[in-house]
Design a protein around this ligand. Structure first.
Ligand code: ZN
Length: 338
C-alpha cells in the first residue's frame, strides 16, 4: 500500500465532506471562486407548462415521426421558427451530410439540419441550452418523451427568455440548439463515432474549427424530460461544477427528488465535452421506471408524459441559468484567468 501523508488524508476528508454538503464551498462559490447568484425571484421562474404541453402535443399528434432528413423534421423546424422568430430569436440552420452505415434501412447520403436560435448578450459569450429533435427510426414511433418533451421545453424556454426584439441580454447571450440525427440509423446499433449524435458531432467540430468553442460557457442538454414519473439522472461524465449547480438549485427549489442519481449515458453533450466545453446532460432514463420499458418503443406516447414534468424541468433550467452563466464567466469569460 502506498503511503499517504496525513495532510492529504485530511484534505481528502474535507473534499468528501464538501461533496456531501451542497452548501459547503470556499466563498459560497461552486468549488470556490466568486459566489453563485441567489435564486431568481419566483416571478422570474415562470414557465407555462400547459403551453409547452401544447407544443409537445403538436409535435406528436400533428407532425408525428421526425426522422432526420424527412418532412417531419422539416415541419418541426418550421414550427419552432414560427413560434420563436417573431419574438426576436435569431435563427440559423447548421446543415450537414451523413452516411447511414452498412446494414441500415436508410440508404445513401442523408442531409441533417441542426437548428440554432440565438439571443445575443452584452458580452461575447453564450450559454447553450440543447435537445435533439429527431425521433428513433421505428414504425409508429412518435417520441413523446424522446425527444418531443425536451424539444417542447426548449420552445417554451425561448418564449420565457425573450426580451424586446433587438435588446441584448445583460451579460452572456443564450442559444437554444435543437440537434438533428441524435438517433442511430435502424437497425444498426448505436455507435458514438459512426451511428448516432451526427448533428452534435458536426456542430462541436465546427465550433472547434471556427473557434467559437471558446465562446460557449456551457452546454445544458435535456433529453427525455417529460415522463410523468419524472426522475432525472445527471449524466456521470458531465462537468462537475454543472452537476453541483443543478443539485444545489434543485435543493433550494425543494425539488431534490427529481434528481435520482448519476449514470454514464452517451448523448449529444459528449462531443462538446470532448472539445473541452463544459457540458451536462439531464435525462430520465427510467421510463417509466428502472425497466426503461417505454424507451424506443411505440409506448413512448403522450399519455406517459405530463405537463407537470415539463414545468418542473423548465423552472429548474430557468433557475440554474444565471448561475451557469456566472460560473461559466468566471471560468471561461473574457477575464477568466484559467
Ligand atoms: Zn432516443
Amino acid at each position: 500500500m502506498r503511503f499517504i501523508p496525513l495532510r492529504l488524508i485530511a484534505l481528502a476528508l474535507l473534499l468528501v465532506a464538501c461533496q456531501a454538503a451542497p452548501s459547503c464551498s470556499g466563498s459560497n462559490g461552486i468549488g470556490g471562486g466568486t459566489p453563485i447568484p441567489p435564486l431568481p425571484p419566483a416571478n422570474e421562474l415562470t414557465f407555462d407548462q400547459d403551453r409547452a404541453w401544447a407544443d409537445l402535443a403538436h409535435l406528436v399528434e400533428n407532425i408525428g415521426r421526425r426522422r432526420i432528413g424527412t418532412e417531419g423534421a422539416q415541419l418541426t423546424r418550421e414550427y419552432i421558427r414560427g413560434e420563436l422568430a417573431k419574438l426576436g430569436w435569431i435563427f440559423e440552420e447548421d446543415i450537414f451530410q451523413c452516411e447511414p452505415p452498412v446494414g441500415a434501412n436508410r440508404k445513401g447520403t442523408v442531409t441533417g439540419t441542426n437548428l440554432i436560435a440565438r439571443w445575443p448578450g452584452t458580452i461575447d459569450r453564450e450559454v447553450w441550452l440543447a435537445s435533439h429533435y429527431d425521433t428513433f427510426d421505428r414504425p409508429k414511433f412518435v417520441g413523446a418523451n424522446d425527444a418531443g418533451s425536451s424539444t417542447a421545453v426548449l420552445i417554451e424556454l425561448g418564449r420565457q427568455l425573450a426580451l424586446e426584439p433587438g435588446v441584448k441580454r445583460e451579460g452572456p447571450g443564450v442559444s437554444l440548439v435543437w440537434f438533428d440525427g441524435e438517433e442511430p440509423f435502424y437497425p444498426v446499433r448505436w455507435n458514438d463515432e459512426t451511428n448516432s449524435t451526427f448533428g452534435s458531432r458536426h456542430l462541436a467540430q465546427r465550433a472547434e474549427d471556427e473557434g467559437f468553442d471558446e465562446r460557449i460557457l456551457a452546454l445544458v442538454l435535456l433529453d427525455m424530460v417529460g415522463d410523468k414519473n419524472l426522475g432525472l439522472k445527471l449524466e456521470q461524465l458531465s462537468t462537475n461544477w454543472l452537476k453541483q449547480i443543478f443539485r444545489r438549485t434543485a435543493s433550494e427549489l425543494e425539488m431534490d427528488w427529481i434528481i435520482v442519481g448519476e449514470q454514464e449515458i452517451k448523448d449529444d453533450h459528449r462531443p462538446f465535452l470532448r472539445k473541452g466545453i463544459p457540458a451536462i446532460d439531464l435525462i430520465d432514463f427510467n421510463y417509466p421506471n428502472v425497466s426503461n420499458l417505454y424507451w424506443h418503443t411505440d409506448k413512448d406516447t403522450l399519455d406517459k408524459c405530463s405537463a407537470e414534468s415539463l414545468g418542473i424541468v423548465g423552472r429548474l433550467v430557468l433557475a440554474t441559468l444565471p448561475r451557469v452563466a456566472a460560473k461559466g464567466m468566471e471560468l471561461r469569460g473574457p477575464n477568466a484567468t484559467e
